[in-house]
Design a protein around this ligand. Structure first.
Ligand code: FNR
Length: 371
C-alpha cells in the first residue's frame, strides 16, 4: 500500500521533515522577560512526543517593543538562546523538527493585555515601551482602545528593526533551529508595511507595491544572510486583508499582490510560504469554515513555481489534511487550535489514514500491546 502523502517525508534544502503535519505558531503568553520557559518545553515537547513533523514556535519578538504582550517571547538577547536550545534538542530527540517565528508586533502591541493575562507577573510599568511603532502613525491607525496610537518609524529605526531580524535569525541558528519563519501576517509590522490600509508613507517604503514590499524584502535578506544557507526559511503572509465587502474600505491587499510579493521573496531566498489571512483591520470579514484559507494557498502554489506552500486554518482531521495534499493545493498542512485540543493530532491522523505512525520510543510499547 502506498503511504498517504501526509505521512511521507518532505525535504526542502537540507531539512527533511518526517511527515507533512506542521504545528502552527501560537503565542502562549508564558515567557518571562522574553525568555522561553518550562511551559514551552512541555507544550512544544508534547507535540513532538506525539509525532508532529514540524513545530513552529510562537511569534518571537526581535526587539523588546516587538512583543504583543509582556508575556510574549523574545530573541533580542544572546542569553535567550540557552532555553531555546534545550527545547530544540528535546524535539530532535523525538525525531521531529522545529522552527521559530520571528516577529515584530508593530502597532498591535497590546499594552493592556498584561492586566488580563494570568500568565505574567510583571507590572507593565517595569519594562513596557513608551511608544508603539508602525510604518505610519496617527489616531486613525490605532487598532482599538486596548492599543496605543502608533508613531511613524524613522528611516534609522526601520534599519534597526531589519538588523534585529538578522541578529535574531543568527541566534535561532545558534539554538539549532531547523528553520525560521518570518511573521509577515496578521497586521503586525511587516504586514503593516505591505498593506496600503496601514502604510501611508511617502518615502521609498510607501506608495507603490514595490516600495511597500521593500521592508519585507530587506528583512528577508537580513534573515537569509544570518541563517545557514542549507536550511530553509519560511514566511507567513496574510494573503488578503479580507475587506472586499466592507463598505468604505477599498480592497487593496489581496491575493494578486500576495502572489507578486511571493515571487519576489522566493527570488530573495524564502523557501516556503505559510498562507494565512486577515488581521490588519478590525473591519475585516473573517471566514470560519473548515479549510477556509486553503484556496489562498492553492492559488499561490499554482502561480509561483519553486515556492513550497503551507495551508492552515480549521484543518481538523487526517482525511481533510490528506485531501489538501492529494489535490496538490499545498505541500504541508498546519494546524493550531486542533493541536491545542489534541496534542496527539498527528497520531490520530495516522490512525484515521491507516498508517503505522512512528510513536516516540517511550510510548511505542502502548502500540505493541494494544494493537
Ligand atoms: C495563533 N495564531 C498565531 N499565528 C501566528 O502567525 N503567530 C502566532 O504567534 C500566533 N498565535 C496564536 C495563538 C493562539 C492561541 C491561536 C489559537 C492562534 C494563528 C494560528 O497560527 C493559526 O493560523 C490559526 O489559529 C488558524 O489555524 P487553526 O487554529 O484553525 O488550525
Amino acid at each position: 500500500d502506498k503511504v498517504p502523502l501526509l505521512f511521507q517525508p518532505f525535504t526542502i534544502k537540507d531539512l527533511t521533515i518526517p511527515n507533512r503535519i506542521v504545528v502552527a505558531p501560537m503565542c502562549m503568553y508564558s515567557s518571562l522577560d522574553g525568555f522561553f520557559t518550562n511551559f514551552h518545553l512541555a507544550s512544544i515537547g508534547s507535540f513532538a512526543i506525539n509525532g508532529a513533523g514540524l513545530i513552529i514556535q510562537e511569534a518571537t519578538a526581535v526587539l523588546p517593543n516587538g512583543r504583543i504582550t509582556p508575556g510574549c517571547a523574545g530573541l533580542w538577547d544572546d542569553a535567550q538562546v540557552f532555553k531555546l536550545k534545550e527545547i530544540v534538542d528535546f524535539v530532535h530527540a523525538q525525531g521531529s523538527k522545529v522552527g521559530i517565528q520571528l516577529a515584530h508586533a508593530g502597532r498591535k502591541v497590546n499594552f493592556l493585555a498584561s492586566a488580563g493575562a494570568p500568565y505574567t507577573k510583571y507590572p507593565e510599568s517595569a519594562f513596557w515601551p513608551e511608544d508603539v511603532i508602525a510604518p505610519s502613525g496617527g489616531a486613525h491607525l490605532q487598532w482599538d482602545k486596548h492599543h496605543r496610537v502608533p508613531r511613524e518609524l524613522s528611516l534609522a529605526e526601520i534599519q534597526r528593526v531589519i538588523d534585529a531580524f538578522g541578529a535574531a535569525a543568527a541566534r535561532a541558528a545558534r539554538a539549532g533551529m531547523d528553520t525560521v519563519e518570518i511573521h509577515g501576517a496578521h497586521g503586525y509590522l511587516i504586514h503593516n508595511f505591505l498593506s496600503p490600509l496601514t502604510n501611508q508613507r511617502t518615502d521609498h517604503y510607501g506608495g507603490s507595491l514595490e516600495n511597500r514590499a521593500r521592508f519585507l524584502l530587506e528583512v528577508v535578506k537580513a534573515v537569509r544572510a544570518n541563517f545557514p544557507a542549507e536550511k530553509p526559511i519560511f514566511l507567513r503572509v496574510s494573503a488578503s486583508d479580507l475587506v472586499e465587502e466592507v463598505e468604505g474600505i477599498e480592497a487593496s491587499w489581496e491575493i494578486e499582490q500576495t502572489i507578486q510579493i511571493a515571487k519576489w521573496v522566493r527570488d530573495a531566498g524564502v523557501d516556503v510560504l505559510h498562507v494565512s489571512s486577515g488581521g490588519n483591520t478590525a473591519q475585516q470579514k473573517i471566514l470560519t469554515a473548515p479549510g477556509y484559507q486553503v484556496p489562498f494557498a492553492e492559488q499561490i502554489k499554482r502561480a509561483v513555481p519553486g515556492l513550497a506552500v503551507v495551508a492552515v486554518g480549521i484543518i481538523l482531521d487526517g482525511p481533510q489534511a490528506e485531501e489538501v495534499l492529494k489535490s496538490e493545493k499545498a505541500d504541508l498542512v498546519a494546524a493550531g487550535r486542533t493541536f491545542l485540543r489534541h496534542p496527539n493530532f498527528a497520531l490520530n491522523a495516522a490512525r484515521e489514514l491507516n498508517v503505522k505512525a512512528a510513536f516516540s520510543q517511550q510510548y511505542s510499547r502502548g502500540r505493541t500491546i494494544h494493537g
